[in-house]
Design a protein around this ligand. Structure first.
Ligand code: ZN
Ligand code: ZN
Length: 332
């Protein structure tokens, strides 16, 4: 199979031919149709997440068709369209798994990190961690739902019923979440890099009431914020822009150091926190919600061979929405 391979951190992906994988017990073999590019992929490539399997096929927003099932795998039939997210396997036994928090599993294995992912024509997945994909989405449009959409959805729940929501960094995740939040009747304030008028206009198109620079407050205080950009300085910036009782949640897996800040900006029952990974329940809920809300994803599609260019596009910050790799033929 054709694949784009990471051999060492801080190198470009290399186009290679690999042996076709075969499904083991409980696994499905998937013909990859499309795979989303996530900010986390950049952190892996840049060596900021230190322990990937190497060499590695990245990619954890996989949409494809089941080709073959391994021993005991009966959940999907050949031809079924499925999605594979970041959470690839959990132990089912640790204190986190036993308390409904499999996203925090001590022994969790992640797609495109511990397990080869979707920057390839074929991928293996544990069938218990795959999701059916809603009919109303094309392969490319569905791919960003699988991480950007899911993580944003999980983070949003941490804000409770906050009315005025700040989104810091308006990329793949925020452009999806903005639509969900507006649908729920919340007011969205989009904070972007200073001077990024194009992204601010994009946020307003998707229903944000205000969009402006992340280095200052919005016209009103916010009741909660999700920080998607990997910039630690945005955490105190969001605190400064927030009302009493606000929760400020980082939704990224890696962030630059958070600078020291005066206690008075945390005072007033403000809370700083983070969201990690996803549970299968998050995925099932969100993939039912997205078509009901009418979430549309804006995707920039690249062929598999241009994965490095797609990554550059995500890195540039100029991307409108999400970058997706087109891999094989349609999944349905
Ligand atoms: Zn566990
Ligand atoms: Zn991701």
């Amino acid at each position: 199979m054709r694949a784009m391979l990471l051999e060492h951190a801080r190198q470009r992906l290399r186009r290679v031919e690999l042996a076709d994988p075969e499904p083991g017990p409980g696994q499905v073999l998937i013909s990859v149709a499309a795979c989303g590019v996530c900010r986390t992929d950049l952190h892996i490539l840049d060596g900021e997440l230190s322990d990937p399997k190497l060499p590695l096929v990245p990619g954890h927003q996989i949409v494809g068709a089941v080709v073959e099932a391994g021993e005991g795998a009966e959940r999907f039939a050949p031809g079924d369209r499925v999605g594979v997210p970041w959470l690839g396997w959990t132990c089912g036994e640790c204190r986190y798994c036993a308390s409904g928090r499999e996203n925090l599993c001590d022994r969790a294995r992640f797609t495109g990190y511990d397990i080869d992912g979707g920057y390839a024509e074929l991928a293996l997945a544990d069938e218990r961690f795959c999701f059916p994909i809603p009919e109303s989405y094309s392969d490319e449009q569905a791919a960003p739902l699988l991480c950007a959409g899911l993580i944003g959805y999980r983070a949003l729940r941490f804000l409770g019923d906050a009315e005025r929501i700040g989104l810091y960094g308006f990329g793949s995740a925020a452009h999806i979440l903005c639509q969900v939040a507006v649908h729920q009747g919340r007011r969205v304030f989009a904070f972007t890099r200073p001077g990024d008028g194009a992204t601010q206009a994009f946020a307003r198109e998707l229903g944000a009431e205000w969009a402006g620079s992340s280095d200052g407050p919005a016209p009103e205080e916010i009741d909660g914020a999700i920080v998607f950009a990997a910039v630690g300085a945005l955490m105190p910036a969001a605190l400064r822009a927030s009302a009493k009782g606000a929760r400020i949640i980082s939704a990224g897996i890696h962030m630059s150091d958070i600078p020291a800040f005066p206690y008075e900006i945390l005072w007033g029952e403000r809370v700083l926190g983070s969201v990690a990974n996803l549970t299968r329940q998050d995925g099932e809920e969100f993939l039912q919600l997205a078509p009901r809300v009418g979430v549309r994803t804006a995707v920039e599609v690249h062929p598999l061979e241009d994965a490095n260019e797609a990554i550059d596009s995500v890195r540039s910050g100029r991307l409108r929405g999400s970058a997706v790799l087109r891999v094989g033929g349609p999944a349905r």
